[in-house]
Structure formats: C-alpha cells, structure tokens
Write a protein that binds this ligand. Structure first.
Ligand code: DQA
Length: 143
C-alpha cells in the first residue's frame, strides 16, 4: 500500500516551532517511528511552504496512491485551490491537524478543504497521522 503524507507551510519547523502546541519532535524523527510501525506500507513524505507545490503533489499522487494524508497548515483555512485539487483526484484525502484547531483562535475553526476530504482528524499530536493511516487501512479493507 502506498501512502503520501503532505505537510504544508511551517511544518518543516516541527520540533522548533511553538513546541507547546506542536510538540518537540521533528517530523523526520516521527516518520522513522511510523515507518517502523507500518513496515508493509510505503509511506512517502513531502513538505512544502508553497501552495502550488502542494497542489502539484496532490495531482501527482492522487490517481495512483492508496491514500493521501494532508496537513495543509494555514492553507487549510484559506485555499480554494487546494480544495479544487482534492476534488480533482480519485485518491481519498484525509485532512489532519496536530493541534485541536477547534480549541484555538476562531479563524482556525473554518476549513476550506474539509468538504473535499474523506474525513478530518485533529488534536492528537503527531498521532493524528497514525490515526489517518489506520483510516486509510480501514477504507481499503472495505473496497
Ligand atoms: C495545523 C493547524 C493550522 O491552523 C496551522 O496553521 C498549522 C498547523 C496543525 O497541524 O495543527 O500550521 O495544521
């Protein structure tokens, strides 16, 4: 099974950025653990601070992969273009957030991309990505 994780803006600074909100682990360190825990999965990782590059990666993987796990960062709250990209592809996209966006500033309560996604997982720290993998496994088992 092939899964693409896409992280959006500022998520390259995980471990350094606001550790009280996002934790102290880098994504690369967490990814090693995740790949060890799911040895049969091919877990690909991509991070970009640029909206168009995120869209290109959705296009590139959205017709052949078994699932996309997307943390669009702040683009979650602003990007109609990412919403359109998710709608344009076949692969199930799971929206994830490390923090509980509903318990923070009010502008984080609105997601412009959620309606195009299969589901949303938020608030479980980096384990939000692990829960998204479990969701993709469940979806595939029903196909
Ligand atoms: C985030 C939440 C967003 O509101 C924020 O802009 C991020 C990270 C999260 O994972 O909790 O960059 O997507």
């Amino acid at each position: 099974m092939k899964i693409q994780i896409i992280n959006g803006p500022n998520l390259n600074l995980l471990g350094i950025r606001e550790p009280s909100v996002y934790g102290t682990s880098s994504f690369e360190t967490f990814l090693e653990v995740l790949r060890n825990d799911y040895p049969k999965m091919k877990i690909f990782y991509y991070q970009s601070n640029t909206e168009g590059e995120i869209i290109n990666k959705i296009h590139e993987t959205g017709f052949s992969y078994d699932g996309i796990i997307l943390n669009a960062g702040a683009y979650t709250h602003t990007s109609i273009a990412i919403y359109d990209a998710i709608k344009a592809v076949d692969t199930n996209v799971i929206e994830v957030h490390i923090s509980n966006v509903y318990a923070r500033e009010t502008f984080r309560r609105q997601s412009l991309i959620a309606a195009a996604c299969k589901g949303v997982i938020a608030g479980f720290g980096l384990d939000s990505y692990r829960l998204a993998i479990e969701a993709i496994i469940q979806l595939k088992s029903k196909n």
